[in-house]
Design a protein around this ligand. Structure first.
Ligand code: 4AD
Ligand code: MG
Length: 482
């Protein structure tokens, strides 16, 4: 194939009157003369000028929105508005036709809901070009951050027999037949006959295996897909999402919070520097969307302002107990506007409470620590009971404006006796997790880690509002299309 120049390079080029070949998809074709061509390398289109007098009618007819073409010609300075260069096509080839009547993407604004139904084609739009470029940059920044700090990128298993969160929201992995499924004498399924010789599932978190790595390699992180069979049809939940999970030996909750805050600020700085066009586009997009909202629901910052603000301010760090006091005294609680009123210490926080703390009270990211043990996982380090005998664990959740929980983590329970007691209390079988307990038997040490939901980060940085729009092919209840 002839070598093509990427449009992103051509738009920056000043090598006028040299011959170039470009390939891409037609966005629009005006007056049988001007093609707006996009090859995905950047959001901007290249103008390709067709010499229509010398181009056959047959070819002209095939230059339709969505068609793939190759054009070769001189790169010239453009006299037209909105672009500095253009290509005067001497030869033009239609690589792939696109029936204008049937191609779902017309040169006009489409709703995000409509685009979700045609997720296989939505990459062709400016919005999704921008989103997936930002997503890519964010992923790269994550790896760069950890690499610069000497963390080992550890690939924890996707198929596992353990339920890391102990929440039982797992997708089963099996090769057993649906009919005549092998059964034990008591009627239960005989997993000894199954592929792995035991029941297995898709991972909900790489944490437990990550801890094993950290207890030898010192500092590790995982960055992979995780799966939750929770029936949550919300704008914040996916059944398949990507999670970044660092785990650090010889670290406590304070270190953990610092690591998370530094990571988030590093990543945001990286995209502000490396995704200028995309963020400018997404800022305008969001501003337009905000216009349709009533004044009091509009946010005080535009997208760039929001990201900048997040960099310039320290995240507020408060305990769960302090948060409960704030929430109890809050207007929406007093006026009974919360759906779930905060009456007692121990209540699990709902997203309305998290949003109040972050968006109304502190107006910046908040790290909540030391949650009641009863609402958190078995592996979190137990605090000494407070004066009133209430039990809390060294957990932390990082809450973000517009998003809610972005990060969940904790210092881990490194004391074998405490850990065993907690597992018993929560009915978590010790024999199945013998390997996890072994790290507490052989050279246990304080350690801590967290999980950052990658799509929630992409949501925040792109200013999108539905998590289904920041992953190429979202999986959620009753949907696994594409
Ligand atoms: O709070 P979670 O459940 O924590 C864990 O899985 C720990 N094992 C992490 C660790 O300490 N290593 O999940 C962590 C983060 C949440 O804060 C949220 O950002 C995201 O993962 N998350 C989801 N994102 C999209 N869809 C879902 N269904 C999610 N569930 C959690
Ligand atoms: Mg959580």
């Amino acid at each position: 194939m002839i070598k093509r120049e990427k449009i992103s390079n051509i738009l920056k080029s000043t090598n006028f009157n040299t011959e170039v070949t470009v390939m891409g998809w037609v966005k629009t074709f005006r007056n049988n003369q001007f093609i707006a061509l996009n090859d995905g390398s950047c959001m901007n289109n290249l103008q390709v000028v067709v010499d229509f007098a010398n181009t056959s009618e047959e070819i002209l007819k095939k230059i339709t929105t969505g068609a793939a073409i190759a054009a070769t010609g001189l790169l010239v300075e453009s006299l037209g508005k909105g672009q500095s260069v253009e290509v005067k096509a001497a030869t033009l080839e239609v690589l792939g036709e696109s029936d204008a009547e049937k191609f779902p993407l017309q040169p006009k604004k489409h709703s995000l809901e409509f685009l979700r139904d045609i997720a296989h084609l939505r990459f062709r739009t400016n919005t999704f070009n921008a989103i997936f470029k930002v997503r890519n940059a964010l992923a790269f920044a994550v790896h760069q951050f950890f690499n610069e700090r000497g963390f080992v990128y550890l690939h924890t298993p996707i198929i596992t027999a353990s339920d890391a969160e102990g929440a039982g929201e797992m997708f089963r992995v099996t090769t057993l037949p649906f009919e005549n499924t092998p059964k034990n004498e008591d009627g239960s399924i005989d997993f000894k006959e199954d592929f792995f010789g035991r029941s297995a599932n898709l991972t909900v978190s790489g944490q437990l295996e990550g801890e094993l790595g950290a207890m030898a390699l010192g500092e590790i992180y995982t960055f992979g897909p995780t799966f939750r069979a929770e029936n949550s049809n919300t704008t914040r939940h996916l059944a398949e999402f990507w999670m970044i999970e660092p785990e650090v030996a010889f670290a406590d909750l304070e270190d953990n919070m610092n690591l998370a805050e530094n990571l988030l600020k590093y990543i945001i700085t990286y995209v502000l520097k490396n995704c200028k066009d995309e963020l400018a586009f997404l800022t305008t997009r969001l501003a337009e969307e905000e216009k349709s909202k009533p004044q009091n629901e509009r946010s005080e910052f535009d997208l760039m302002g929001k990201l900048q603000f997040c960099l310039e301010n320290n995240f507020e760090r408060i305990t769960y107990t302090e948060a409960i006091e704030i929430l109890k005294r809050s207007k929406p609680n007093q006026k009974k506007q919360f759906k779930y009123l905060i009456e007692e210490w121990g209540a699990d926080l709902q997203s309305e409470h998290e949003r109040y703390l972050v968006e109304k009270h502190f107006k910046k990211p908040v790290i909540l620590t030391d949650y009641p043990a009863d609402i958190k996982s078995f592996y979190m380090r137990m605090n000494e009971p407070d004066e009133q005998g209430r039990r809390t664990v060294r957990a932390m959740d990082i809450l973000f404006p517009g998003i809610g929980e972005m990060v969940g983590g904790s210092q881990r329970e490194e004391r074998l006796d405490y850990l065993k007691a907690r597992m018993d209390e929560m009915h978590i079988p010790q024999d199945e997790l013998y390997w996890y307990l072994d790290t507490r038997k052989f050279g246990t040490a304080p350690h801590a880690g967290f999980g950052l939901g990658f799509e929630r980060l992409v949501l925040f940085v792109t200013g999108m509002t539905n998590i289904r729009d920041v992953i190429p092919f979202p999986r959620f209840p009753k949907n696994a299309e594409f």
